[in-house]
Design a protein around this ligand. Structure first.
Ligand code: C5P
Length: 208
């Protein structure tokens, strides 16, 4: 698998991160959570007291992103989710993050998870998984994850935020969330993390 790029895309809270990290470990490949890049850009804009929909602010934040920004402890939570999705709709932000993602994968191969890895970042990737689950199940998982981290959350609110973010990600003109034509679909609604991993690893091995 050296040099191989594996794209893992899908909507919010579908379990892509856990799955992609485990695939990377099993295949001996580096792993990149590309959502973190957008989260870190959104955070930097919020830090400046600016609006994440402000294209100039968001582009400046994307261009000056450093590795330390990706280590921030406050990149997960409703504010960071929506700020990430807002900056991600801005073409100049996406352009500024493209080279980093491509360089990361090109070097030694990698598993990357995100929204547009199979469609835009690595359209030639030999394996593309599109990971989904019902919105109710994704909301349930996110709610439990937040609670597990001690974050107060309201189940109905979590579900409505996931619906809003998916709509925003799927309806933007640039790099909208959608499966690549040659993506393999993996619906994890009825699968636990272990079953999803075993199924995904089989799908990957069958295509390498
Ligand atoms: O994957 P995660 O939920 O952490 O991503 C946060 C947001 O970043 C997404 O809602 C999406 O708007 C954006 N994103 C993106 N393209 C990627 C990864 C994330 O637009 N490759």
């Amino acid at each position: 698998t050296a040099g191989t790029v594996i794209a893992v895309d899908g909507p919010a809270a579908a379990g892509k991160g856990t799955l992609a990290r485990r695939l990377a470990a099993a295949l001996g490949l580096p792993y990149l959570d590309t959502g973190l890049l957008y989260r870190a850009v959104g955070r930097r804009v919020l830090d400046r007291g600016a609006d994440p929909r402000d294209a100039a602010e968001a582009e400046a934040a994307a261009r000056s992103l450093t590795p330390d920004d990706l280590e921030r402890p406050d990149l997960r939570g409703p504010m960071a989710d929506m700020a990430a999705s807002a900056v991600a709709a801005i073409p100049a932000v996406r352009a500024a993050l493209l080279d980093f993602q491509r360089a990361f994968g090109r070097e030694r191969g990698a598993v990357l998870d995100g929204r547009d890895i199979g469609t835009v970042v690595f359209p030639q990737a030999p394996v593309k998984l599109f990971v989904t689950a019902s919105v109710e199940e994704r909301a349930r998982r996110r709610f439990l994850e937040l609670r597990g981290r001690g974050v107060a959350a309201d189940a109905a609110q979590v579900e409505s935020e996931i619906r809003d973010r998916d709509a925003q990600d799927a309806n933007r003109p640039v790099a909208p969330l959608r499966p690549a034509a040659d993506a393999v679909m993996l619906d994890t609604t009825a699968l636990d993390a272990e079953a999803a991993f075993v199924t995904a690893l089989e799908m990957v091995r069958a295509r390498l």
